[in-house]
Design a protein around this ligand. Structure first.
Ligand SMILES: [Zn+2]
Ligand SMILES: [Zn+2]
Ligand SMILES: [Zn+2]
Length: 360
């Protein structure tokens, strides 16, 4: 037992990776999680990913002096690249008349997000927009911060049926300078960027929405809504699985071809470029992110919670409890499922919250 610390560490890491369907062995021989956010690839890691981000989202709303802030849920969309069929999700929700002249029902799912006229649809424009959407958000957040210095955010990028990204943003601004929701909405929606690849103007679509909410009012409801968006993020791209209608496939295949042909950077050679931009309908940006803590800013999470901190907490918990696993033998070790572990981490999150809330 001379090398006990190493054993403990290895044992802890093995339990950390438990539930992961394709754990990775590091060069030091320690098993770690695959860390996928895609449910079809690894349910356990995807669930961890969602839970971690949801906790970060919550910590920027509930873990600070909420009465000093105003909160908003801002949704920004892409422009139109050609008309698509509008098909409602549920049959009782009667959709508006579609551009094709029909009023679709949910059973018309094979038309959802499919162009009315594929021959005139701007596929290249759409994948280029997906590619530059991260830059556009960067310009947008700078613009908002120029006007409201206390601005912090948590952003989720989600796929629309037509194969384009749209974003949901939780926004927090100090009450003393907080604008009306519509003023914030206009400031965000009218931000522009110049593509770093081809110099074209990148803009948001006309469809934007911004609602103010109170942490002690609609806070929980808003978080629930965002968690739903996080669920969608756990799917890889727009559609997954076998039950995709041929017309939807055809649309997505056209987008894939377009993404294969655009440049992802000024010096990109598309045919041989390995960038993911060419595989994800042009998208490159991280799907979930939040404003980070700096010397002068709290960042989104009042408590400084990040995924790195969460991973560290999990690891520390295991190391401090590894002796129990050893003593209990292999059989009881196995009972420590990821679910048990997660409930411990949840408690850690709660305990972490009050002690570090007093960040200037
Ligand atoms: Zn995994
Ligand atoms: Zn239609
Ligand atoms: Zn490329």
């Amino acid at each position: 037992m001379q090398d006990a610390p190493t054993n403990l560490e290895t044992g802890a890491a093995e339990v950390i990776a438990r539930g992961c369907v394709r754990p990775i062995k590091t060069t030091t021989g320690v098993w770690v999680r695959c860390g996928s956010r895609i449910k079809s690839k690894c349910e356990s890691c995807a669930e961890l990913y969602r839970g971690d981000w949801a906790a970060i989202a919550r910590s920027g709303i509930f873990d600070g002096p909420v009465e000093d802030y105003r909160f908003y849920l801002l949704t920004l969309t892409a422009p139109s690249f050609g008309q698509v069929h509008r098909v409602p999700r549920a049959d009782d929700a009667r959709g508006a008349y579609c551009g094709c002249g029909l009023q679709h029902r949910a059973t018309d799912a094979g038309l959802r997000g499919v162009p009315l006229d594929a021959s005139r649809y701007d596929y290249l424009g759409q994948v280029a927009w997906n590619r530059d959407a991260g830059l556009l958000w960067d310009r947008t957040r700078r613009r908002i911060r120029d006007r409201w210095d206390s601005f912090e955010y948590f952003i989720v990028r989600e796929w629309q049926d037509r194969g384009v990204l749209h974003v949901h943003v939780l926004v927090r601004i100090a009450r003393a300078e907080a604008p009306e929701a519509n003023v914030l909405c206009t400031a965000a929606r009218t931000a522009v960027a110049a593509s770093k690849v081809d110099g074209t103007l990148v803009q948001w679509g006309a469809q934007a929405k911004c609602d103010a909410f109170r942490a002690d009012g609609d806070g929980a409801k808003t978080i629930w809504y965002l968690s739903k968006a996080l669920n969608y993020v756990m799917k890889d791209v727009v559609h997954q699985g076998k039950d995709v209608h041929p017309r939807v496939w055809a649309h997505l295949a056209a987008l894939e071809r377009a993404a294969r042909s655009i440049r992802c950077a000024p010096d990109c050679v598309p045919v041989s470029c390995p960038s993911r931009v060419h595989q994800r309908y042009g998208a490159r940006s991280q799907v979930v992110s939040a404003s980070r803590r700096t010397k002068h800013r709290t960042g989104w999470s009042f408590t400084g919670l990040t995924r790195t901190v969460q991973r560290r907490l999990r690891r520390e918990w295991f190391l401090s409890n590894a002796a129990d696993f050893e003593a209990g033998g292999a059989e009881s070790q196995a009972e420590y499922s990821v679910r048990v572990v997660e409930s411990r981490v949840l408690r850690l999150r709660r305990e972490l919250a009050p002690c570090s809330a007093a960040v200037p």
